[in-house]
Design a protein. Structure first.
Length: 245
């Protein structure tokens, strides 16, 4: 079973096409509903503890997949409860900022976005969100914006509690991750590709795959190539999925 975590200002449906193409049984967690329903998950360690409780009865093998913000949450889950997972797939992940000044700057930036997401017309703020250089590329935003807008307050909350500035630097703990990890980045996303290349060296069992012709939203830019990388990775480590999956 693949347990998937979506990105900021997104929704579970953003990952459904990729999950279906991978061919394994899957569930995509609704992170805004998690913030609403899971007590204490409004921090990185808190989310890891909450997901640990939620998947306690989930069948194995278990694979954790996350994209961007979801990948940062996934990384926290891996370093906190490594035994929960049989494999992990991190797409455009960040291990956390090391510099306190950078953390403060990111918190300020995310506060600015939080105010905009709370107060401005949804289409305008989403347009500006998608126009950020890090998200630039040919990919199409898959979210049903009208549906995501219903979770406006939870998204604003996430800008504070799940900000990169609030994320612990997880580099010192990557050696604790015992399950195999596939770390995927887009070739055009140089910053995150550099981060991935350095982090896989700290993980006991990890591989970095850089997808040509893709940016930060690598799974939307090049879905076939990402699917191929995931299927190859999982086929070497897990049983083949059932035909009906």
């Amino acid at each position: 079973m693949i347990h998937a975590l979506h990105g900021m200002a997104g929704q579970p449906g953003d990952l459904f096409p990729l999950l279906r193409m991978c061919g394994y049984p899957h569930t995509a967690w609704h992170l805004w509903r998690c913030l609403l329903d899971w007590p204490g998950c409004d921090s990185f360690p808190g989310f890891a503890a909450a997901l640990h409780r939620e998947i306690a009865e989930s069948p194995r093998p278990r694979v954790l997949l996350g994209y961007s913000m979801g990948a940062r949450l996934a990384l926290q889950c891996l370093v906190t409860n490594s035994d929960d997972w049989d494999a992990a797939i991190l797409i455009s992940a960040h291990p956390g900022l090391e510099d306190e000044k950078e953390k403060a700057e990111r918190i300020a930036t995310d506060h600015h976005w939080a105010v905009r997401f709370l107060q401005e017309p949804w289409t305008e703020v989403m347009h500006d969100w998608n126009a950020q250089p890090v998200l630039a590329g040919e990919s199409i935003v898959m979210s049903e914006q009208r549906l995501v807008e219903l979770w406006r307050r939870e998204i604003v909350q996430a800008f504070h509690c799940w900000s990169l500035g609030a994320q612990p630097d997880l580099r010192p703990h990557l050696s604790d991750v015992q399950c195999p990890v596939l770390w995927i980045t887009g070739e055009r996303d140089r910053k995150f590709s550099t981060l991935a290349a350095s982090c896989v060296k700290l993980l006991p069992d990890a591989v970095h795959v850089k997808i040509p012709g893709a940016g930060h939203r690598v799974h939307l830019d090049q879905p076939d190539a990402v699917t191929q990388a995931i299927r190859k990775f999982l086929a070497a480590r897990l049983p083949e999925p059932a035909e009906s999956a």
